[in-house]
Design a protein around this ligand. Sequence first.
Ligand code: NAD
Length: 247
Amino acid sequence: KENMARKVVLITGAASGIGEQLAYEYARRGARLSLVDIRKDNLVAVAEMAKLLGSPDVIIIGADVSDVQDSKRFVDETVDHFERLDHLVNNAGIGIPVLIEDCSDITKYTPVIDVNFWGAVHGTLHAIPHLKKSKGRIVVIASTCGWFPLPRSSFYNASKAALISFFETLRIELGWCIGITIVTPGFIKTELSLKAYENRPSLRIIPMGSAVECAKDIVKSACRGDMYVTNPSWVKVLFPFKVLYPE
Ligand code: NAD
């Protein structure tokens, strides 16, 4: 089991939801943190709380993960400050619920792939040399949607399936020197999932997990070196869920 004391963890999308709780969970284990989010204001409070919970050093970086230059900058700034990187947690993500027939303007939805897929890829490519040096780990927050598609979420589902496939490939190529933990949560109560719940009675049959518990599971599994972390509650409701589709 990996001891995280003074290890350096970079978390994207750390200003809220699962990312925020991941910051606290790593902080409780004594890790030093680099917290990245497009909403830098919220990061200040998260960083303060992480320090109270036991992180010896926290930096915050405002950045858009879908921007290649930003991704290089947040990896460089982290390594310049801490002189190493042990865990890269690709967590930042967005969803824009829509039925495929209503997608007249496709450009409204390309950010879903840009942030969820390309965002994780850009950061990873910059981080690989540092993770090889530290024999570190990549934790990627995909989704159960990457395996079992959720209606009104075609681009979101595709972005998550792409993440699973990409990081499985990375495991084949780099698994000898970098650990990879692919996380596929079911519904977790956060801003993102509440948006998906809006006006969708059939989704409300799916139980929501808490971000606190989800983050605990993720960090415990990552430190154990698990390849996958998932939430089985989602699978149990798949059958009725399919029956209810479309709403
Ligand atoms: P959330 O909206 O609470 O948090 C996402 C964070 O990412 C926000 O702080 C947001 O500002 C940040 N972010 C968005 N776009 C960004 C960008 N371009 N650059 C940098 N930061 C950006 O949502 P969450 O539910 O905590 O989601 C976290 C991850 O978990 C996402 O990848 C999501 O797809 C995944 N996930 C969530 C659920 C769920 O039910 N909540 C289920 C499965 C997977």
